[in-house]
Design a protein around this ligand. Structure first.
Ligand code: SF4
Ligand code: SF4
Ligand code: SF4
Length: 207
């Protein structure tokens, strides 16, 4: 007859099981990381620049200054699926600047690096500006992720289509992202590739 397992046997078995699960979980994580399936990414819900409600604050520029890459690996991206193609885009224009009498549009742009272009979609009717639509494209060679346009494109003036992203072709995938150490909102996180792929579709739509 088999011996009845003692309490010590049971605890030993459970401990080995837990250790195995931990090791296999860690191994799985490392394999996913090595295969580029787990990446650093900005959580738009937490980032002060895109979070609804944080309208009275200045844009946080730590994604620009804290990255170890010279021109940060973070960029602003316009998610066209959610863009209103507004005549007066609050990401493109400084809507608090004086109105230019010649155009009826704000006289200043928001981007300090002139990284956003504005192109009319179809024929623009000067008599009906509110019904003219525009495509806003961000030049990623110029953008350094300062977040000013992101801060502009959110309620009540924008739809939140412009957001910050860690661009995986530029990111060197630090073991601990230097921006995540500085981020006041703990908004830089490891995410699995499925979400990153969704975001990459946004990147492709941009071209
Ligand atoms: S450091 Fe954090 S809060 Fe600041 S822009 Fe980057 S993700 Fe947003
Ligand atoms: S994040 Fe800054 S540099 Fe990039 S497009 Fe927006 S305003 Fe310009
Ligand atoms: S992981 Fe490194 S290179 Fe990538 S965004 Fe963070 S600090 Fe920059």
């Amino acid at each position: 007859m088999a011996d009845t397992p003692t309490r010590r046997d049971l605890i030993g078995t459970l401990s080995r099981g837990a250790a195995f699960l931990t090791l296999s979980g860690t191994a799985g994580y490392l394999v996913q990381k090595a295969q580029g399936q787990i990446v650093w990414q900005v959580d738009a819900i937490k980032c002060v620049n895109s979070r609804i409600g944080d309208t009275a604050t200045e844009a946080c520029s730590l994604c620009t200054t804290a990255c170890v890459v010279t021109q940060s690996a973070v960029r602003a991206v316009n998610d066209f699926a959610n863009c209103g193609r507004c005549n007066i885009c609050p990401a493109y224009y400084n809507i608090k600047s004086a109105v230019d009498p010649a155009t009826g549009l704000p006289s200043e742009k928001r981007c300090p690096r002139d990284a956003i272009t504005r192109k009319p979609i179809g024929l623009a009717d000067p008599q009906d500006p509110a019904n003219n639509f525009y495509e806003y494209v961000i030049d990623e060679n110029k953008c350094d992720g300062c977040g000013k346009c992101v801060m502009g494109c959110k309620e009540p003036m924008g739809l939140g289509s412009v957001r910050l992203m860690v661009r995986h072709g530029l990111c060197v995938d630090c073991n601990r992202c230097a921006i995540s150490i500085s981020c006041p909102k703990d908004a830089i996180e490891r995410k699995v590739v499925s979400e990153a792929l969704t975001l990459q579709k946004v990147e492709h739509a941009e071209k």
